[in-house]
Design a protein around this ligand. Structure first.
Ligand code: THU
Length: 129
């Protein structure tokens, strides 16, 4: 699958976002090394701290289905800026992949690509799992 195809899946996933409070819809498409794809969208809550990011919805869906080896994640946000993963999502991605690709797209078109190591150079780790 090309970067563009994965980004399109992220954009489609963003259409399912439940974001009545921020009105900022995010979608993620997570590719596993075996080629399987898991998508997610942000799901907000009136208790704002209970909101969940699109990336972690996709990651938790994958892990709950037995997939823990990730190769790429595409993130789409409808804003003007590239939609970067928040710190919590970087930490959770790092748990399962030390150096996957992270594609960050914006609503106005285009994307930037990083390695997770660049975005999360000194993660917290508990032991050597
Ligand atoms: N959001 C994500 O889905 N992913 C991120 O990495 C950053 C933020 C969502 C959470 C909230 O619903 C909205 O964007 C505004 O913060």
């Amino acid at each position: 699958m090309t970067d563009r195809e994965l980004l399109l899946l992220a954009q489609e996933a963003s259409e399912k976002a439940y974001a009545p409070y921020s009105r900022f819809k995010v979608g993620a498409a997570l590719e596993c090394v075996d080629g399987s794809i898991f998508t997610g969208c942000n799901i907000e809550n009136s208790a704002l701290g209970s909101t969940m990011c699109a990336e972690r919805v996709a990651i938790y869906k994958a892990v709950s289905q037995g997939e823990k080896d990730f190769s790429r994640i595409a993130i789409y946000g409808e804003g003007e800026d590239y939609c970067m993963p928040c710190g919590s999502c970087r930490q959770v991605l790092t748990e399962f992949s030390k150096d996957m690709e992270v594609l960050c797209a914006r609503g106005s078109g285009g994307y930037v690509s990083y390695r997770l190591k660049e975005l999360m150079p000194h993660p917290f780790r508990l032991g050597d799992f």
